[in-house]
Design a protein around this ligand. Structure first.
Ligand code: PLP
Length: 395
């Protein structure tokens, strides 16, 4: 028998999370998660789940009955949409303008759908003209899939317009709202979105590991009309529903009970603040950050009309070492920011102001730290200028 390893409790360092997710988790959410675990079929737990659905419907702005958190990260919310809605041979148009659009395309291939890819440059929103052309060229397309807030680039696409185009051509839409839910206007019912998935750790500022999803009537009808069973047992909505349906709650899998307490609390906090107030807060803090970045001589990748307030992709100027900037931000200032991915690796760094991380204090801390980090790399900066510019933007 080997000896027990001598390892003590893990004490995470204190960080300010200003990357592409996770965002800072509020003490209220952490405290909710520390409450006693009850059984997942306990009637009191069922009451909490019902409230959760109500809170999620508010966040998504929908009346969809089929609205609940999948017990897994955003990627599984994505996969749940594709495995349930795509049958082998279904033609699916996927818009890819970054990492997450490409992942949607990969999902179509793996569900043995017929993929039609519409690509846009990284940093640009999805081009509605290209989508319209693709739907005209493929009148048999059953689904259009796209990302609302492309976290890898900071670009926002027009959900309302793209959904309207898809419906005009008889296609349903699947929307990735992992980084948009709670941060920018998203009106699922008004815009007629058919299927949508999000994540707990970005705009909602909960811990990672849960994926709120919502399916409209047309999507449910397509799932019910399937000729073939859903290839995944765990994600088959027909089975999951037995658990999330209040009338006939039965065992499907043991839900992550304490994580759900956390999401419930995060959604209560969103409802307390109000969606519109939250959207306005994101915008204010984004504009202040932008003013500060410009005072430092930095620019954003995305054109103004498509910028996400919650994810700022900053172009790395000639002469700066991007990995060094991120390492110094983390090691010297305790601030996490994100790297560029794929085509944008080394060319941008990403500053997230998501959920609870979007505060004036964090914007100021980030600008002060950046100023100092850039100065050590020989970048000419005037001390205090960035924060002063941010202050003016708030005023
Ligand atoms: C983070 C993210 C995902 C994946 O979510 P995970 O919780 O990391 O699995 C999917 N799409 C977008 C746009 C994201 O930002």
């Amino acid at each position: 028998m080997s000896n027990a390893p001598r390892i003590s409790s893990f004490q995470p360092p204190k960080r300010i999370l200003l990357g592409p997710g996770p965002s800072d988790v509020h003490q209220r959410v952490l405290e909710a998660m520390a409450r006693p675990t009850v059984g997942h079929l306990d009637p009191r737990f069922s009451e909490m789940m019902d409230e959760m659905k109500t809170l999620l419907r508010y966040a998504f702005q929908t009346e969809n009955a089929l609205t609940f958190p999948v017990s897994a990260p955003g990627s599984v919310g994505m996969e749940s949409c594709f495995v349930n809605l795509v049958e082998p041979g279904d033609k699916v148009i996927v818009c890819a303008n970054g990492v997450f659009g490409r992942r949607m395309a990969e999902n179509v291939k793996r569900t043995r759908g017929e993929l039609v890819l519409v690509e846009d440059a990284w940093g640009k929103p999805v081009d509605p003209h290209k989508v319209e052309d693709a739907l005209k060229a493929h009148p048999d397309a059953k689904i259009l899939a796209f990302v609302h807030a492309e976290t890898s680039t900071g670009a926002q696409s027009d959900v309302k317009l793209l959904t309207e185009i898809a419906h005009r051509h008889g296609a349903l839409v699947i929307v990735d709202a992992v980084t948009s839910l709670g941060c920018v206007p998203l009106l699922v019912d008004e815009w007629g979105v058919d299927a949508i998935y999000s994540g707990s750790q970005k705009g909602l500022s909960c811990t990672p590991g849960l994926s709120p999803v919502s399916f409209g009537e047309r999507a449910v009808a397509k799932i019910k009309a399937r000729q073939t069973p859903v290839q995944s047992w765990f994600m088959d909505l027909n089975l999951v529903l037995g658990y999330w349906d209040d009338a006939k709650r039965t065992y499907h899998h043991t839900s992550p009970i304490n994580a759900l307490y956390g999401l419930h609390e995060a959604l209560v906090m969103l409802a307390e603040e109000g969606l519109e107030a939250a959207w306005a807060r994101y915008r204010r803090n984004h504009l202040a950050l932008l003013a500060g970045l410009q005072a430092l001589g930095l620019e954003l990748l995305v054109e103004e009309s498509a910028r996400l307030p919650q994810l700022n992709a900053v172009v790395v100027p000639e002469g700066l070492s991007e990995p060094q900037v991120r390492a110094d931000m983390l090691n010297l200032h305790g601030i996490e920011i994100g790297a560029g991915l794929g085509d944008l690796a080394g060319k941008i760094f990403r500053i997230g102001l998501m959920g609870n991380s979007s505060t004036p204090a964090n914007v100021k801390a980030c600008l002060t730290a950046l100023e100092s980090v850039l100065a050590t790399q020989g970048w000419k900066v005037e001390p205090g200028k960035a924060v002063a510019a941010a202050e003016r933007a708030w005023a």
